[in-house]
Ligand binder design. Sequence first.
Ligand code: PMP
Length: 450
Amino acid sequence: DRSVCAPLPVLGRDVTVPLVTGGEVTYAALDYAASAPALQRVWDDVAAYAPYYGSVHRGAGYLSQLSTDLFENSRVAVAEFLGCRDDDQVVFTRSTTDSLNLLAAALPAGCQVFVFETEHHASLLPWKDARVTYLDAPGTRGEAVRTLERALADREPHGPALVCVTGASNVTGELWPVRELAAAAHAHGARIVLDAAQLAPHHPVSVRDLDVDWVAFSGHKLYAPFGSGVLAGRADWLREAEPYLAGGGASRKVARRADGGVDVEWHTTAARHEAGSPNVIGVYAIASACKALTEAGFDGLVAREQYLIGKVCDGLAEVPEVKVLSLFGDDASPRPAGAAPTRVGVVSFVVRGWNSSHFAAALSAEYGIGVRDGLFCAHPLVRTLLGGDPQEAGECGAPDGGTTSLNAIRVSFGAGTPDEHVDRFVRAVKELVRDGARWNYRTEDGRCVP
Ligand code: PMP
């Protein structure tokens, strides 16, 4: 029922773009999974604060005090948004990638890491200095839990271990069984970090309810594109680790030693990993987005998003040439009304007879629709889904430069998406498939252009 929640006001809804067919059209941003537009509310809050900008933790003046208060109050707001435990730390970073690299740098000695090969590279790659076990792509959610349980049961006992898992796939949009994976991790004495980059913008994420040890997400996917991210969770590993960045703000006391060296006493709070002047605007924007989403209400946001997913999946299901990508298989087709969500507003697909990059270029050039094509920083997953080797794909995804697709097209949407954008998308897919390529899309500087 679309009346559950209207689209939230976001920036960029009035942007017009030229069409290759002549004329212009309002831009349909359907690439929320890469970066979502700023919520109007976030923009307003940032604009209201900007004239009063001052240094954080570094000044006695009024505006510096104000900025310090906003920064620390934002930490509290994010902790509330994430349902953090009393002794959790909220560390502000640049992004999910930064957050997971921070945690990777804070692993205790000898820590073993378990990660599914299907993860986004930000979750897959930061653990390079640890002993990593890469888990095979599961075919169902139950298999994911069993695969993890088996791997953890086989590990050498007593050592520290960390599981890293995504909440919602940035390729298929599918939800992962986070609560069950967390229970499996804990039953085997391991900890778990949740990559919530794609989950937090769509569903409430509670550290406490999901019983995860850490959660990471990015502001720019949560309608707050001002360069900040979050790592929140257990304080112990973070407190005991070397500071992620060494510098002012992370150090409590620094003194020359008699032998000529320098002694440093580092903070044991989140400040330990936040050296340098922080991005207070980015942090304040994230807190503003957290409050705006909470006030709008996730029940309504989820209901509206499921309605839009239904439109997209119903529409694509009517086109036999289209194959929607799904790892778990149970939700490639439209969901019955009222069914529990199995995916967020992220749908990837390929079109028989079309090179994916050409198709995405056509959506942009002929319809003003912005989607993403490619491998989505999840090469092993896309390889599994497409049954090919994307590394061998050419510039536009096909080894022969022709029509076989070894990359995919991703449409993604969220709280600011109006019906018209997804309706236009479905109509465009149908027309392009029916009519074939009306323009000769070729590759130029890594872009496909008519
Ligand atoms: N994890 C997932 C699931 C993502 O979708 C992304 C971004 N595509 C990231 C991590 C990395 O986020 P960022 O680029 O903001 O660091």
